[in-house]
Ligand binder design. Structure first.
Ligand SMILES: [Zn+2]
Length: 312
């Protein structure tokens, strides 16, 4: 197993790499060091071993974990929550009101993920451990969670990527944990000095208007940082939000064109990939850059979600 020390983002927040899909810097778990130790995202079950190692490296015991917040119930964010909870005797899982029942009974989540991931499902996600209802705490728009005398987190209902998706505002860092609602950050490009933020339009609850509203809402907040589900933190939130809004429009225009030509998701995925690659070529990113492995996957899933949306 790869050993990687959690990344310190500021004086209270660390990021543990969960090596989702076997890839570095793809999906992360945030650790908020307050009186009630709080995690944001469990990652999928295969990431739980990395989360536990990361907590140990930070000097925390699993007994200390008080809250495991998941931004939404897609398995790459919340699939490991049940497994992790088994080793965290004092923890409660905090989830969107619309997602809670799917963590208690993951049957539909599993069926949905099998549609998207096919035969790769078991390697990527198993085991999915149901969470007892008395260890779930549901939150909705405007709800609060006090994690220390000086820190109360606030929940914002932010659909667009999924209806069971909230974002979590941290007043101390003036930052927000956004899961997938306002896009994906490609940490692999940051070391080349390139900030790329693409929308994540997975099936089957993608809603472009709701996504744009979430982007606009966050823009109006004058945030200091955004903590992404995939992956890491930006300290330039407004640039990131504006960029993802531009790509969302480009993606939807392309999706509409593909539908008008009576072509499908594979064609759309190829075209989106080419659009992104042409953009990156202009910034001297080589065609063999490691980031393309991830972008390829993301364009497939996003294409699937947009075609699904447009066919409704
Ligand atoms: Zn995700």
């Amino acid at each position: 197993m790869e050993i990687k020390h959690p990344v310190q983002l500021n004086d209270r927040i660390h990021l543990i790499d969960g090596f989702d899909l076997g890839l570095a810097e793809r999906t992360g778990t945030y650790v908020i060091n307050e009186e009630h130790l709080t995690l944001v995202e469990s990652g999928p079950s295969p990431s739980v071993q990395h989360v536990k190692k990361g907590l140990e490296a930070l000097g925390f015991s699993l007994d200390q974990v008080k809250y495991i917040i998941v931004t939404h119930v897609h398995l790459d964010h919340a699939g490991g929550a049940g497994l992790l909870l088994q080793d965290c005797p004092n923890a409660t899982v905090v989830v969107h009101k619309k997602g809670a029942r799917h963590l208690a009974d993951p049957t539909r989540l599993i069926a949905g993920a099998k549609m998207v991931y096919g035969e790769k499902f078991s390697n990527l996600f198993e085991p999915i451990v149901p969470i007892p209802e008395d260890r779930l705490l549901a939150k909705d728009e405007g709800d609060l969670l006090k994690i220390s005398p000086t820190c109360t987190l606030q929940f914002l209902d932010t659909p667009g990527h999924a209806k069971h998706h909230f974002s979590i505002y941290d007043p101390i860092s003036n930052g927000i944990f956004t899961g997938d609602t306002v896009g994906i950050r490609y940490d692999q490009l940051v070391r080349d000095g390139i900030d790329l933020f693409l929308p994540s339009t997975s099936p089957n609850q993608f809603d472009p208007q709701a996504m744009q509203q979430a982007i606009d809402r966050l823009l109006a907040m004058n945030l200091t940082s955004i903590y992404y589900g995939h992956y890491g933190m930006t300290k330039n939130p407004n640039n990131a939000l504006k960029q993802v809004a531009e790509w969302l429009k480009i993606f939807m225009d392309e999706a509409q064109a593909v539908v008008d030509e009576k072509k499908g998701a594979d064609e759309l995925a190829d075209r989106l990939f080419d659009l992104v690659r042409n953009h990156l070529r202009e910034m001297d990113v080589k065609d063999n850059h490691e980031v393309y492995e991830i972008i390829k996957l993301d364009m497939q899933v996003s294409a699937f979600g947009m075609i699904d949306y447009l066919s409704k």
